[in-house]
Design a protein. Structure first.
Length: 259
């Protein structure tokens, strides 16, 4: 129950900043409109040469801007580095709770909030302006829920991996920058990974970054088989096991700076 309570408290804490988050929503929508305009210019008159038409890219960008708030824009290092820097992690690690679940449940509460107060409002804005895709087949909704759930777990694990590295190096800004760059570049935020040059376009399909953003979007647009969920499931298991192992190593390695 403690992790469920932490999730709820994190959700309620974010409720205090609804007005401030409206500004972020507006900015995210504007970025989406800019990307749509760019792709419209790029594809104008060349749709026969591309696997995506102007309408396809409009739906794609709109869906990406929504999914980013639950599997892209996470807290840097899940704030683990701050606990290492001020020594608070020494108390958190000795609590009778699982440190991995203690940290990730709080971020999960924030992402649940983001879904309702960021992703959905942004999707409504796109639906009222440029259009928003609606899946035509009922099974798609089930596969989409599974895919988004796995994408969230994968992204949380990637950010936890960055954060737990603070137990070996107190500065994680570089790791967070690399992680976010890979998520944006190889996750399909700006360009569908099908457009990447070979062999990168082939390799990227099997990396965790595509599982965090690209696959949920493609399932939503009904342009990908539901079998990609198995790739997401693989990375979910691998990254979770890796982070649990690193947490135990960090418990043995931990050195508090200052305090």
């Amino acid at each position: 129950m403690v992790y469920w309570i932490l999730l709820q408290k994190s959700f309620m804490r974010n409720l205090q900043y609804k007005v401030a988050h409206l500004i972020n929503n507006a900015a995210s929508a504007i970025f989406g409109f800019v990307f749509i305009a760019i792709w419209t210019g790029v594809l104008q008159g060349k749709e026969s040469e591309s696997p995506y038409g102007v309408l396809d890219m409009t739906y794609y960008i709109a869906a990406v801007q929504c999914i980013l708030w639950v599997s892209g824009f996470l807290t840097a290092g899940l704030n683990i580095q701050n606990g290492v820097r001020n020594g608070a992690i020494s108390l958190e690690l000795v609590r009778p709770t699982n440190f991995f679940l203690y940290v990730t449940s709080q971020e999960a509460g924030r992402l649940v909030y983001n879904f309702f107060f960021r992703s959905i409002p942004i999707g409504i804005v796109f639906a009222l302006t440029v259009g928003f895709y609606v899946p035509q087949h009922v099974p798609t909704y089930l596969f989409l829920c599974i895919s988004i759930f796995l994408a969230i777990i994968i992204s949380i694990n990637l950010h936890y991996l960055v954060g737990i590295s603070a137990c070996w190096t107190t500065e994680i800004s570089w790791a967070h920058f690399v992680n976010f760059t890979l998520l944006a570049g190889l996750g399909g935020q700006f360009v569908p990974i099908d457009f990447l040059p070979a062999p990168l376009s082939v390799i990227t399909h099997y990396l965790p970054f595509a599982s965090a953003i690209y696959y949920p979007v493609m399932i939503f647009l009904e342009k990908s088989s539901s079998s990609v969920i198995f790739i997401q499931l693989f990375w979910t298991i691998v990254l979770t096991i890796m982070n649990l192992w690193l947490t135990e190593r960090a418990r043995q390695k931990l050195e508090i700076q200052g305090g």
